[in-house]
Write a protein that binds this ligand. Structure first.
Ligand SMILES: Nc1ncnc2c1ncn2[C@@H]1O[C@H](COP(=O)(O)OP(=O)(O)OP(=O)(O)O)[C@@H](O)[C@H]1O
Length: 348
């Protein structure tokens, strides 16, 4: 479960215990010149759970992950892994596996050679290379040049690289990018298995819909600021059902007598606030009312995500003055935000 944390100084130990591989982010802030890409973020990511780090394009996800991985220095705040800042980890590649960009391969090198180089640099036995290629399902592609890999294969190679050191913490930036529905399903099973081994898993995405069936917890940011965090169920809101009948007013009062509140939507349609469809059916039957339609109402999480991140105070600063937002439920087009370029650091 994702929790807010109190502000504290970064600890000085160098190796987290395997049992305590929580990621803690406290007041994390990053400015590029006068532009605040990440603004006072505080949350934690728990072992044994898959946490979705979500926000529209340009919200500050990659910048945050780069700070967690010690690739750029925060302007303020800090982050730790198992209580240890990344820069102080004794065995970083064996503690944290990261995949920040699926295209970050030498295009002329084979997938296997790419992993071999990483294994040698991290002091990891070469036997892990073929094991990982097998694990992510691309053993046959191992000898082919990574430059010719499809996006889905690159994602899998990135995952194999992240898993090389058998880390207890995985940080994956947009791992569903370029995956087809089958690939997303595969990734879900893969991450679920790792979460079952009590690993701490943080995955970013700009599409809640692509990860909603995968994650246990969500951290939603917009314009660098925290908008919401908590279990994915907390986004679902109150359970309800849609019911169509001949006399909704009579059904509403019969439901009310059974302790179920409802609301008239159309002439013949009620929204009843319960997940118990059988109770609605039984109540209608007792009242002698026919039912022409009865279904659980699904909360459209993608629409909710859009709503959360497009409140006036959260409106995407990167798109300000650009085209109007798409209708609810429609994905935002891929778009990398522009920010003042002074004080540039790292690669975005
Ligand atoms: N090195 C940099 N110099 C200046 N601005 C930067 C730099 N890196 C990122 N930014 C800006 O910071 C903001 C956040 O970028 P970031 O890449 O962290 O967003 P994101 O949420 O990962 O977006 P996406 O989903 O598009 O990858 C953007 O406006 C981006 O242009």
């Amino acid at each position: 479960m994702v929790k807010g944390t109190h502000v504290s100084s970064p600890p000085t130990q160098t190796q987290p215990s395997r049992a305590h591989s929580r990621i803690e982010i406290v007041g994390l802030t990053k400015s590029f010149g006068s532009f605040k890409a990440v603004d006072n973020l505080t949350f934690s990511v728990e072992p044994g759970r898959i946490t979705g780090f979500l926000g529209p394009n340009g919200a500050g996800k990659t910048t945050t992950l780069r700070m967690v991985l010690g690739l750029i220095t925060p302007t303020a705040g800090h982050s730790t892994i198992g209580g240890v800042p990344y820069a102080h980890l004794k065995h970083p590649t064996r503690t944290v596996g990261a995949a920040l960009e699926a295209t970050n391969f030498h295009p002329g090198r084979s997938g296997r050679d790419h992993l071999r180089v990483l294994a040698a640099a991290g002091g990891i036995p070469e036997s892990r290379v073929d094991e990982m290629l097998e694990l992510v399902g691309i053993p046959a592609a191992a000898k082919r040049r990574a430059g010719n890999y499809s996006m889905g294969m690159r994602q899998r190679l990135g995952l194999a690289a992240a898993m090389l050191g058998d880390p207890n913490v995985l940080v994956l930036d947009e791992p569903t990018n370029g995956l087809d529905p089958e690939g997303i399903r595969w990734l879900r099973g893969f991450l679920r298995h790792l979460a079952g081994e009590k690993k701490t898993i943080l995955i970013s995405s700009h599409l809640l819909g692509e990860v909603q069936a995968t994650v246990d917890d969500v951290v939603i940011i917009s314009n660098g600021r925290l908008v919401k965090n908590g279990p994915i169920e907390s986004l679902h809101g109150q359970a309800s059902a849609i019911v169509r009948t001949t006399d909704p007013a009579r059904l509403a009062s019969a439901l009310h007598a059974s302790g179920i509140t409802s609301e008239r939507l159309e002439d013949t349609v009620l929204q009843a606030y319960t997940s118990d469809l059988q109770a609605i059916g039984d109540t209608a039957l007792s009242a002698g009312l026919p039912i022409y339609e009865l279904r659980a109402q699904q909360q459209d999480l993608e629409a909710l995500f859009f709503e959360l991140t497009s409140q006036p105070e959260n409106q995407n600063r990167n798109l300000a003055g650009a085209e109007p937002p798409p209708p609810v439920g429609q994905h935002l087009p891929p778009h990398r935000g522009q920010a003042p370029q002074q004080g540039q650091e790292g690669i975005s």
